[in-house]
Design a protein around this ligand. Structure first.
Ligand SMILES: Nc1ncnc2c1ncn2[C@@H]1O[C@H](COP(=O)(O)OP(=O)(O)OP(=O)(O)O)[C@@H](O)[C@H]1O
Ligand code: SF4
Ligand SMILES: [Mg+2]
Length: 461
């Protein structure tokens, strides 16, 4: 794309038309038993998600491991068949389209996977991998597939001369660039990137994040970026959805979420982000979530977060809070939101024995540390503690804890350095096959059901 086009696309639409509309999306994985494979239960991986993705924006999705982020990504790209709910892309219901029906859509919706090692077929050259979407969709670009693939390689910061090399001859960052080139081959509208940088070194993460950012500006892409790293999510997202145990608990723009979070879970996540400034860190309140995330096979009744929430009351245990807009553009699912008037002010608090953990009291670091490590048996498994920033245990609370230093690295983006591809490992021979992947389809086949082999893709930061 020309330099002129780059400037034309610089402004991201603040309130674009929904490109993707998801309503009540459900995915339950059946648990079967015995020879007859009788269903005895279900993993409620995704349980009633509703959200829009607007054209040109980046929607970040964040949450603890196992909360259903990847399942959501695979559902909206239709690599998984939903159990219930509706997915509309550009106004068309694609919830239950079959493989043939999905084929034209594969050009418009691409996915980038977390692991750049397993998502590229080691037996195929880079040229074959990036060119596969053209063959699968029977498209002959101007100048031929080879020329177009070389253009794509150059665009993502790789040497077009490396067309005939194999994936193992590249570093992790370069492999992710190959995945990105493959994703962009058919000029998609929506790119879903599942943890696109979490497998990379911190130094390489910033480069890939910046590449995705540049590509969005140039090509007018719409991204859904899944990550557990709050620094990455903050850097890339226009709006952010926070997930907990198969549900969206908060959805709003980046500024509102980071400055005035309303869901207690979001507050806990944000309080765990390391603060480099010791003075600010000393003043900051720190919330430690104790205990494990409950099983998605039998999630808690009412609000699914009530077993770990320090604000839980009786109503939280029996009545599921709906995801509603408490402010314009700020949706929250909570009976007792933060930074907002209480929606159930008269409800009885849960007995301390159930809630466990001290309430919002500042504690000396030593005590806080012991609360954090006492964990399930000693303290109640469901307890939460609000403490004064115990730096020593910063990494122990909850998921999605940002890596110290990443903010600093990402801020280099503002200077927009020219992307330099990492150095290829020259002269290495093709490795024996370790993963079988259909050409042009990004990997992780073990979890795909109903996946169609068109060009898979790579993600964004
Ligand atoms: N194919 C499958 N069959 C059965 N259960 C599955 C399958 N895929 C995912 N799950 C379960 O669904 C739940 C959500 O998984 P998912 O991979 O979507 O979580 P996640 O938020 O992406 O986690 P992570 O951050 O670790 O990648 C988990 O409990 C997982 O074990
Ligand atoms: S509904 Fe109750 S348990 Fe759930 S997050 Fe809000 S206060 Fe906590
Ligand atoms: Mg995942």
């Amino acid at each position: 794309m020309s330099e002129n086009n780059v400037t034309l696309h610089k402004q991201r639409p603040a309130d674009g038309e929904p490109l993707l509309k998801v309503t009540g999306l459900v995915k339950h994985f059946p648990i079967t038993k015995g020879l007859l494979r009788r269903q005895v239960g279900a993993v409620q991986a995704v349980d009633g998600l509703s959200f829009d993705v607007r054209a040109g924006e980046t929607l970040g999705v964040v949450g603890e491991s196992g909360c259903g982020k990847s399942t959501m990504g695979r559902l909206i790209t239709r690599l998984l068949e939903p159990t219930g709910g509706k997915i509309e892309f550009q106004g068309k219901d694609i919830s239950h389209l079959n493989v043939a029906g999905m084929r034209p859509l594969r050009r418009d919706v691409q996915m980038i996977f977390q692991d750049p090692y397993s998502s590229l077929n080691p037996r195929h050259t880079v040229g074959t991998i990036v060119g596969a979407p053209f063959k699968l969709q029977k498209i002959n670009p101007d100048g031929g597939i080879k020329k177009e693939v070389q253009r794509l390689l150059a665009r993502v910061g790789l040497n077009p001369e490396h067309y005939n090399r194999y994936p193992h001859e590249f570093s992790g960052g370069q492999r992710q660039r190959i995945g990105i080139a493959r994703a962009l081959a058919l000029n998609p509208k929506l790119v879903v990137a599942d943890e696109p940088v979490s497998a990379l070194d911190v130094s390489i993460q910033a480069q890939v994040v910046n590449l995705l950012d540049d590509l969005q500006d140039e090509l007018g892409l719409t991204y859904v970026i899944i990550a557990h790293d709050l620094s990455v999510i903050r850097h890339v997202s226009d709006r952010i959805a926070v997930m907990y145990l198969g549900k969206i608990v908060e959805l709003t723009d980046r500024k509102s979420l980071y400055e005035r979070p309303m869901h207690p879970y979001t507050r806990a996540l944000l309080s765990a982000v390391p603060v480099p400034d010791p003075k600010r860190r000393a003043k900051r309140e720190r919330i430690l979530l104790l205990g494990d995330v409950p099983s998605p096979i039998s999630p808690p009744s009412g609000c699914r977060f009530h077993t770990r929430c320090w604000k839980a009351t009786v109503v939280c245990t029996v009545e599921e809070p709906p995801l509603i807009a408490l402010k314009t553009g700020h949706q929250v699912a909570c009976h007792h939101p933060e930074n907002h008037e209480d929606l159930k002010p008269d409800d009885a608090a849960l007995p301390v024995a159930v809630k466990g953990g001290p309430a919002r009291t500042a504690q000396p670091a030593a005590v806080a540390e012991s609360v954090a490590v006492a964990e399930p048996a000693a303290a109640d498994k469901s307890a939460s503690a609000v403490v004064d920033e115990p730096a020593a245990v910063a990494e122990s609370a909850g998921p999605g804890l940002a890596k110290p230093g990443l903010d600093k690295k990402l801020s280099a983006k503002d200077a927009k350095p020219k992307q330099s591809a990492d150095t290829a490992v020259a002269g290495a021979k093709p490795a024996a096959a370790t993963a079988d992947e259909p050409a042009g389809q990004a990997g992780e086949p073990e979890r795909q059901e109903g996946a169609e082999g068109s060009g898979g893709s790579a993600g964004k930061e």
